[in-house]
Write a protein that binds this ligand. Structure first.
Ligand SMILES: [Zn+2]
Length: 331
């Protein structure tokens, strides 16, 4: 009897141990799964934050520390033009409430798979022209806060412009990109990250950034054959801390049938000009005595003043006998 009792007790003890073990296992499993999800969420958020913060901060660092002389020698005509790159605050604000444009003719030449040497040369020679012409270019968009306003102005004025879009922004605003195309503007390529350390990590990176952004453009436009074909180096293609890498990267781009384009006039809307007066003053001084003008402006989320000033910019060029072109006109 005693033996039996001991056996029963032992058996119960074993069962108890088994149950406890089972409970512990379940708790551990739950913790592992929950913890995993949390960790994944955290990593995801951290990734996004890094994208936003590092973009802004690194760009500031670049401007302040790593490319102190950039702007003195950053375009084909050696104008003292600075592209500041702190323009993307709020780039993840996704507001796609623009009207969906009705179907329209896709822009001509959009499906040239690679530029010929001749076409690359016409981009390289863009500053030479017998007639007075101006190319309005907008970098760092599309943004829901500014780009639609710019498109409205261009539509009213019947002007076709060129947009150097950023991959990160294309992802957030595909509908605006579609509108740009449907309204006949040229969608060119400004790379993906705009973070100098990434874009200029080595000479192959600009091409990689170009390709990544080109794929995002294709996806947004729902056209797998669209080629942006023209790249604008963040900060300009010449000078600064990464000049050697840029020089090699330019050759790599050209070998792949991709042209690159800087600018020879600007409003300085990214580096200090916040009023209409300042923007017009900068525009007039940088475009003075030039026959063929490529104007650098920005349609990043915090560039509302650029959209507001645009009608006066257009009027200034009209009054001075310029015609407006975009890159389709020379390719
Ligand atoms: Zn830019």
């Amino acid at each position: 009897m005693v033996m039996y009792s001991i056996k029963v007790v032992k058996k119960n003890k074993k069962r108890k141990q088994a149950i406890i073990l089972l409970i512990i296992t379940i708790i551990l499993l739950c913790l592992a799964v929950f913890g995993g999800i949390k960790l994944a969420e955290h990593t995801h958020l951290a990734g996004n934050n890094n994208l936003i913060n590092s973009t802004g901060q690194n760009d500031k660092n670049q401007v302040n520390n790593e490319e102190p002389s950039e702007g003195n020698n950053q375009n084909n005509e050696n104008n003292q033009l600075v592209e500041n790159n702190n323009e993307k605050n709020g780039q993840n604000n996704v507001v796609n409430n623009e009207e969906t444009p009705s179907q329209n003719e896709p822009s001509k030449n959009a499906n040239i798979q690679k530029l010929t040497n001749e076409q690359i040369n016409s981009i390289n020679n863009i500053y030479k022209s017998n007639t007075k012409r101006v190319f309005l270019t907008f970098d760092d968009g599309p943004s829901s806060a500014v780009t639609p306003d710019i498109l409205d102005v261009l539509k009213n004025e019947n002007i076709k412009a060129t947009f150097f879009v950023l991959g990160t922004m294309v992802k957030s605003n595909p509908e605006i990109l579609k509108r740009e195309r449907l309204e006949g503007h040229y969608i060119a390529n400004h790379g993906y990250s705009h973070v100098y350390k990434k874009v200029y990590e080595n000479e192959n990176k600009p091409l990689e950034e170009y390709k990544k952004t080109n794929e995002l453009i294709q996806k947004a436009l729902n056209d797998s054959s669209y080629q942006s074909n023209v790249f604008r180096f963040p900060g300009g293609s010449n000078g600064g801390y990464y000049d050697d890498i840029k020089t090699k990267a330019k050759q790599i781009l050209n070998k792949n049938g991709i042209a690159y384009l800087d600018w020879n006039a600007l409003t300085n809307d990214s580096a200090g000009a916040t009023t209409e007066e300042e923007m017009l003053k900068n525009l007039k001084s940088t475009s003075k005595n030039k026959n063929s003008i490529v104007v650098l402006m920005h349609d990043a989320p915090n560039k509302k003043q650029t959209a507001k000033t645009l009608p006066k910019i257009i009027k200034y060029f009209r009054d001075n006998g310029y015609t407006f072109q975009n890159l389709y006109d020379i390719l």
